[in-house]
Write a protein that binds this ligand. Structure first.
Ligand SMILES: Cc1ncc(C[n+]2csc(CCOP(=O)(O)OP(=O)(O)O)c2C)c(N)n1
Ligand SMILES: [Mg+2]
Length: 330
């Protein structure tokens, strides 16, 4: 679909593109920091940025809640987390908003922007999302809850438990499966026996649909409808969003061992960001000069954010137990 079919203004589309581009640049920086030994780990959403930002734009970080998974950097940035915040998480800094340096890199969390920290144990964010949605429903609050997991992670029991509960209670949740074709090295045809994971929704009495996460307008419109449906009391939607995984599973993996060279090359040629840039030019939303200016200014921003994050203090050894258990809570 054309970008303009999203019915977003040019200004909103350009703002979305900037987050997409900034995330890609930031992720490339995180790989560099890992390879020179400054951060311990990185796991990328390269190839999913367009879909993630289109998804996140259908929500509002003041009244809605977001329970992401480790590849969701672009969506998290769309909710308001900054490049410096994410860099502080990867460098284990004291002021990292996700966990004050306690969590692994890419385990996003940002209380100020309603992004809820999550576990490395895949899919545990799904039942947590239903709990938050139940609280919103009981308290008659207006928000909806967005939560994401990978397609391989749908084999976990948490997936069934969350969708079942959401169906019973008609909870305001948008459940997302980011299908990037693989669970580490296991391809889709070894992960599940259906061609369409969204068909699982019907068994829980909720809506199911599939979107091409490389298509900005199609993705945005699908999520907008699902968010509105949830907020109007209609209940949950399960959305399968097809994306690419341009990198290896993580900085500890090498996908050349289990993916064909041709498959990787083809994916890179159809990179969702290149496709969006072509659309921005074709639809006269940006000129080539403006695109280049955006790239230059993002390069500078990431450079500065890296310097700023590196200069931040590390956690004190004496505070090792703080931020681990809730104190004075209710
Ligand atoms: C319960 C559990 N089992 C196994 C793992 C190890 N693990 C981490 S990521 C991953 C693959 C998940 O694949 P998918 O859900 O498709 O997400 P993707 O990484 O492809 O985005 C696995 C098996 C884990 N973290 N938690
Ligand atoms: Mg996957």
């Amino acid at each position: 679909m054309d970008l303009k079919q999203s019915k977003l203004s040019n200004k909103e589309i350009i703002a979305a593109y900037k987050v997409i581009k900034e995330t890609r640049k930031l992720d490339e920086r995180l790989w560099q920091l890992n390879r020179i030994g400054k951060s311990t780990f990185n796991i990328s959403g390269q190839g999913a940025e367009v879909g993630q930002v289109a998804m996140a734009m259908a929500f509002n970080s003041q009244e809605d809640y977001f329970l992401p998974y480790y590849r969701d950097m672009a969506a998290v940035m769309s909710f308001g987390t900054t490049a410096k915040d994410i860099l502080m998480g990867s460098l284990g800094k004291k002021d990292d908003p996700a966990s004050h340096g306690r969590q692994m890199p890419n385990h996003y969390g940002d209380k100020a922007n309603n992004v809820i920290s999550f576990s490395s144990t895949v899919t545990t964010q799904y039942p947590l999302a239903t709990g938050i949605a139940l609280a919103l429903q009981v308290d008659k609050k207006p928000g909806a809850v967005l939560t994401v997991t990978g397609e391989g992670s749908t084999a976990q029991g948490d997936f069934h438990e969350a969708l079942n509960f959401a169906g019973v209670k008609k909870l305001p949740v948008v459940f997302v499966i980011e299908n990037n074709g693989y669970a580490i090295s296991t391809p889709n045809d070894q992960e599940f026996g259906t061609d369409d994971l969204s068909s699982r929704a019907i068994g829980y009495g909720i809506q199911g649909r599939k979107v091409d996460g490389r298509d900005f307008a199609e993705t945005y419109l699908a999520f907008k409808e699902a968010a509105e449906f949830a907020k109007a009391g209609g209940g949950s939607t399960l959305i399968v969003m097809d994306v690419d995984r341009l990198t290896a599973h993580s900085s500890d993996d090498d996908q050349r061992v289990y993916r064909d060279k041709a498959e990787i090359e083809e994916m890179k040629e159809n990179d969702c960001i290149l496709m969006m840039e072509e659309q921005l030019l074709d639809e006269n939303i940006l000129t080539i000069e403006e695109l280049q200016e955006i790239t230059t200014s993002i390069d500078q921003e990431i450079e500065q954010a890296t310097l700023d994050a590196e200069a931040m203090p590390d956690p004190e050894a004496s505070e090792i137990m703080t931020h681990i258990y809730e104190t004075g809570g209710h």
